[in-house]
Design a protein around this ligand. Structure first.
Ligand code: NAD
Length: 337
């Protein structure tokens, strides 16, 4: 019984993921996908023998699309585990303390680890490679190991520096962040598509993914994409590198990237929850879509110690807002700048 259901869920989810990630044309509403996904996770946790090699719980995104050169990521570009409530955040934090061997002693409180709260921008992850300070390659996330090389398209995004604003840049730098289409631009793109009799994009994220995969960079330039940087990889021997996520964000700003200003260094989990509560309301005034908050352990050495599962870092989690589980994403409010 459970085996047949797990097989059915795998089939449904893999089909939906292909339509979503590779064809940029979702066949299923996100909340439905998330619900089926969680059902599969629960079945697999109850009986690990049900985990198949083709299970979407073991994979990131979709395979690189044909028509683009596929490139290997220097460091795997993984997904994020999701939380849907403050209780899920408690569970994640408890697991993290366990992995780091820092669980609360009997009678005392759980240790507080500083974390960074960032808005989860609803776009597409990009990996940007710089050599001697110059942008040499840009790639999509793809399946996490290999992405699609889309350098010519990314060069048209004005908030992506073509040269780092650093007097002596490291030999190489890899910057990750989110390419996205602001809400007003998304509405305009869909209006133009309707005029031409073309099917509208389902949401800004799919519009962004479809745009990044255009074969003509001029079309990309006209679509008005933006980029927020949030992750930095530097050579191990680069001693001037940041020691924390918070410092990494400062480094990225100094190097000329646009970092989303709505982030916070939180001393403990209570502060993280307050940050999430605040942005659940305030995000409605932003000119771009967000679908949650990403919480990251601040200390990069502890991040390394916590490591990764097959699909996601253990030191980060995405809290998705309940409103995003509304039956139709058309209900999402558009924003004023
Ligand atoms: P995700 O969107 O839940 O989270 C990971 C992504 O968050 C990262 O890859 C990055 O692109 C993004 N991100 C935004 N801001 C960030 C920040 N500050 N720091 C780090 N990352 C940040 O995971 P996913 O694997 O990209 O997609 C899974 C989701 O996609 C599901 O929850 C589902 O809603 C949707 N999906 C829908 C369908 C469908 O058929 N409707 C199919 C597959 C997936």
């Amino acid at each position: 019984m459970a085996q047949a259901r797990a097989e059915e869920l795998r089939r449904l989810l893999n089909r939906a993921a292909h339509a979503y990630y590779v064809l940029d044309a979702p066949e299923m509403e996100d909340p439905v996908y998330d619900r089926l996904y969680r059902e599969l996770v629960a079945l697999e946790e109850a009986d690990p023998e049900l985990i198949g090699p083709d299970s979407p719980t073991r994979r990131v995104g979709g395979a690189p699309a044909e028509g683009f050169t596929s490139v290997a990521h220097r460091v795997p570009l993984l997904s994020l585990d999701n939380a849907f409530s403050p209780d899920d955040l408690d569970v994640w934090y408890g697991r993290l303390l366990k992995v780091l061997d820092r669980e609360a002693q009997e009678g005392s409180q759980a240790p507080a680890l500083p974390m960074v709260g960032e808005l989860k921008i609803d776009g597409n992850a990009l990996a940007l490679s710089y050599e001697q300070g110059v942008l040499v390659r840009a790639a999509t996330r793809g399946d996490g190991e290999r992405g699609e090389e889309i350098t010519a398209n990314v060069r048209t995004i004005r908030s992506v520096p073509l040269r780092l604003a650093l007097a002596s840049p490291p030999a190489w730098v890899e910057v990750r962040g989110e390419a996205f289409i602001p809400e007003a631009t998304f509405t305009a793109i869909n209006a133009e598509r309707a005029e031409r009799g073309e099917a509208p994009f389902a949401n800004p994220r799919n519009a962004c993914a479809g745009t990044l995969r255009q074969l003509d960079p001029k079309v990309v330039a006209a679509r008005g994409l933006s980029f927020f940087a949030y992750t930095l990889h530097l050579p191990d021997d680069w001693l001037a590198g940041p020691r924390s996520q918070w410092q990494a964000l400062d480094w990225l700003k100094a190097a000329g990237f646009c970092v989303n200003p709505h982030c916070a260094l939180c001393p403990d989990l209570a502060a993280v929850k307050a940050f999430c509560d605040r942005w659940e309301q305030e995000r409605r005034g932003l000119p771009y879509a967000t679908d949650g908050v990403v919480v990251k352990l601040d200390d990069l050495r502890l991040q390394e110690e916590a490591g990764f599962t097959q699909k996601a870092p253990r030191w980060a989690i995405a809290l998705k807002y309940a409103a995003e589980e509304a039956p139709s994403r058309l209900l999402r409010l558009t924003c004023q700048v």
